[in-house]
Design a protein around this ligand. Structure first.
Ligand SMILES: [Zn+2]
Length: 306
């Protein structure tokens, strides 16, 4: 059983995977009314196409998010991907995108037990509600030709971000036509290739993931002649740095990235200016610690207030 991602988790995942996302107003609280079915146990992702290259307008996004069609109100997807590569977040909650479909396909998705890197699934009869089980992405293209390169990059990274969050493989991604025999989408996008490309992204890992830099070791006597004040400063900074690397995993992606960048810039600048490795690392650690400590303090304070 996997709970659907919260809006905060979606945003963190989009940033972590460098997805060129945009937020359509209201997406964080948008979803189909609960009385139309649950959205509490998700298992996979469905890729769709809108069937039109023309529908790149804001009016079309409003149609997908809110208006919908007679008998099928919005939201009609969780995300939509434009030909220029923008990926719009449309709805955090349940969306009317998949409709009735095959329980045989859903079981293959849950068990990730099919030859999905070589072939596409043939759906069985429509007998389950796909909207309860899948996230959906409407790729805004005609489907008669391949997606644009930017569009394909955005939608594969979106899929990788969600699979990574839930710990799923790329076999948790299907095309709408694998869910139901009623549908042809996502057009000329072979889903075995799509899954293979997402699997490669997952193997490479998140592009924006930052690892704590290696903790510098205390200065050795033979590094260079250091006076006692220098040694104390280095040792203090290393301690401060060791503290924040311990709680590194609690930080938000942006703070990690900012700290990492500050560390690397300061280290490079100190080295360029002729500092020894240990002095450069201590100075870099000092900069990085100064960035993350206020954020950590705010986080701890917020936790106390909850
Ligand atoms: Zn579809």
């Amino acid at each position: 059983m996997a709970k659907p991602m919260t809006a905060v988790q979606v945003l963190a995942a989009m940033k972590l995977w460098d997805v060129p996302y945009k937020q359509w107003p209201g997406w964080t609280t948008r979803g189909r009314d609960p009385e139309h079915g649950p959205f509490s146990d998700v298992h996979g992702l469905v890729i769709h196409h809108t069937g039109s290259d023309i529908g790149q307008s804001d009016d079309y996004l409003d149609f997908l998010a809110t208006r919908g069609k007679p008998g099928l109100p919005g939201p009609l997807c969780n995300a939509a991907t434009d030909m220029d590569g923008d990926l719009w977040l449309i709805a955090q909650g349940r969306a009317n995108h998949a409709g009735e479909g095959s329980s045989a396909t859903l079981n293959h998705v849950i068990n990730e037990d099919y030859a999905g890197f070589k072939t596409e699934l043939k759906p069985g009869p429509d007998n389950i509600d796909g909207n309860a089980a899948y996230y959906g992405n409407e790729v805004r293209y005609d489907g008669g030709q391949p997606m644009t390169a930017k569009q394909y990059a955005a939608v594969t990274r979106w899929a990788a971000a969600i699979c990574h969050f839930h710990g799923w493989s790329a076999l948790s991604i299907i095309g709408h036509r694998e869910h139901t025999g009623r549908k042809p989408d996502p057009g000329s996008c072979p889903m075995n290739k799509f899954r293979t490309d997402v699997a490669a992204l997952l193997k490479a890992g998140p592009p924006k993931a930052t690892k704590p830099p290696v903790t510098p070791s205390p200065p050795k006597e033979d590094d260079m002649p250091l006076n006692d004040a220098d040694k104390k400063w280095i040792s203090d900074e290393i301690q401060r740095y060791a503290f924040w690397t311990q709680i590194y995993d609690l930080m938000m992606v942006d703070e990690k990235a900012a700290a990492q960048e500050a560390y690397e810039q300061e280290y490079a600048a100190r080295k360029a200016a002729g500092a020894t490795d240990v002095v450069a690392k201590a100075a870099a650690a000092s900069k990085a610690a100064a960035i993350v400590q206020p954020a950590i303090a705010a986080m701890l304070k917020a936790q106390k207030e909850i």
